[in-house]
Design a protein around this ligand. Sequence first.
Ligand code: C2E
Ligand code: MG
Ligand code: MG
Ligand code: MG
Length: 284
Amino acid sequence: RAKAEGRGTHRASTAEPDAKVNRARDVKFALNNALNLDEFYLDYQPIIRLASGEISAVEALVRWKHPQYGILAPDLFIPEAEHSGAIIPIGRYVIAAACAFAATIPAAIAVAINVSAVQLHDASLLETIATCLATHGIAPARLEFELTETAMLDITPQTVAALEGIKALGCGLSLDDFGAGYSSIATLFYFQFDRLKIDRSLIRDAIGESRRRIILRNITRMARDIGIIVTGEGAETEQHRTALIELGFDDAQGNLFSPPLPAAELQRQLREVAWGEQAGQGRF
Ligand code: C2E
Ligand code: MG
Ligand code: MG
Ligand code: MG
């Protein structure tokens, strides 16, 4: 754009980066401010063991209760948080809140926490996790850290150390949104994931398409052979549930079973299940 304005008008070319810097600073300020004002909170979505209908884990999903715009979904602010670096303190809040929640639900249920690639570059990540585990008396195996494939594109010696450190603490690792983007078999080859989450686009597209079903059936078989739990994301219909069982999936997550719920609502439901089980009733 500066060029189009002709020779001698260097204003635009210097003003533009300034505007960018200002905007990035404003966004970072807004996000950190929201954190200080306690405007972030977590909803939790159950992940269901298909064979038993029991809850195998719950995934913590961050929301921003914005004073003007209402409840904002993570896709609206996580990219900005990653870009500005605000994801580090926000991520710390998420880990602490998820650990506090884990202490309030049955120990058989794991809590899944999404982490960005940026967080893997934070030298204090492992210490944050260890401190939160200790503070709330949580067994490390109850936490599963979810990384998207995109996060795995950005692998450096530091991120490798972070992933190995998470495993060394005794926590689980999940590969999120598998098949949505830049799937690489190397990710599975070099890292010991405990759970593979197949992206909802693949689940949706597998319905009634035999070639696609064969691919998924072989992914679940491979995963089982190396001891990885396979979850189908975005299960919305009975047809999805039937297909996932038939294709060898262990777990499923989606609105068919439950949408993401406020912590108090999930705690209430879990208390009900405990009563229901005594009466011989499952939940899902
Ligand atoms: P994700 O980790 O793949 O989480 C699953 C997303 O799918 C959630 O969106 C969930 O609400 C949605 N979902 C669940 N069941 C269904 C269904 O049946 N149908 C459809 N269409 N969608 C379903 P949400 O909560 O908007 O989160 C979006 C993404 O934001 C997450 O995708 C995750 O990558 C990221 N995210 C969420 N919380 C955090 C966090 O605390 N930290 C970081 N770094 N990222 C987060
Ligand atoms: Mg996730
Ligand atoms: Mg996902
Ligand atoms: Mg996603």
